[in-house]
Design a protein around this ligand. Structure first.
Ligand SMILES: [Zn+2]
Length: 265
């Protein structure tokens, strides 16, 4: 499932070894290949509309006054950072990451792919019940910036519909798929779908290249500042192994891991 033989991640890794650092050109992020498991036809949800209410209403998207249309970091003056996860892949890995975060009293933000929620609908509530933020990461995780207006909008609303059905809200955030930043068109479409801001990030762990847990931690540590929003991924064993030492690193620097809502509030 973890495919690391693609030329692109290896090129990035080589560039990192050469000391090129995480430049904007390299940090195209969230380019994780879609795990094969989620390409299977989605099972039908067990609940019938109207028969199962969410335990509590999930938070809706918010407008944060003073923040830009695309947010890539929070205040630099407070000792807080946000760990954000591409929500896709093996549900056991997702659960392991959530448990590890909770063991350290960390709250994270999960941007869920719609087809992944179709396959694992219980994870939406699991994420919220852990005190984490749940957001929209498009329906199929394809290159949304390359789509037509109609197709891009369908990718956003397709995921929003699923999150609303499972939680009562469209999710707190929208993050575009296979890109660090949305085009102006995609940002407008996200606003039309109910998301005042697009959630980007300023630190790319490159965990989806499976570089080994120590390198994942080093990648984050090198660029992390107070207020940073870090891109990480469910679905990769390296991320599970990297999270405890990464959380230790944060603690050592006096940084708390909070949700993006908490980071910006
Ligand atoms: Zn992604």
């Amino acid at each position: 499932m973890v495919r690391v033989t693609q030329a692109e991640p290896i090129r990035r890794r080589s560039a990192l070894r050469a000391g090129a650092g995480l430049t904007a050109a390299l940090a195209t992020g969230c380019a994780a290949p879609e795990p094969a498991a989620t390409t299977a036809p989605a099972p039908k949800a067990h609940r019938t509309p109207g028969t199962a209410r969410p335990a509590r209403a999930a938070p809706a998207p918010r407008r944060f006054p003073g923040q830009p249309a695309q947010i890539d970091h929070g205040p630099r003056t407070r000792d807080r950072v946000a760990l954000t996860f591409h929500g896709q892949g093996d549900p056991a890995i997702a659960r392991a990451l959530l448990e590890e975060a909770e063991r350290a009293s960390a709250h994270v933000t999960v941007l869920a792919v719609g087809t992944w929620l179709d396959a694992h609908p219980d994870l939406a509530r699991r994420i919220l019940d852990g005190g984490h933020d749940l957001g929209n990461h498009t329906l199929h995780h394809i290159d949304i910036n390359a789509l037509s207006e109609a197709d891009a909008y369908a990718e956003i609303t397709g995921c929003a519909t699923r999150i609303r059905r499972l939680t009562g809200s469209v999710g707190t955030w929208f993050r575009p798929s296979r890109t660090q930043t949305a085009t102006p068109l995609v940002a407008r479409l996200a606003q039309r779908a109910g998301y005042p801001h697009v959630l980007s990030y300023d630190v790319d762990s490159l965990d989806f290249t499976s570089p080994g847990p120590a390198t994942v931690v080093d990648n984050v540590a090198a660029d992390l500042r107070p207020g940073s929003i870090v891109s990480l991924h469910f679905g990769y064993a390296d991320t599970v192994a990297a999270l405890p030492p990464l959380l230790d690193h944060l603690a050592g620097r006096g940084l708390s891991a909070v949700t993006c809502t908490e980071l910006l509030s």
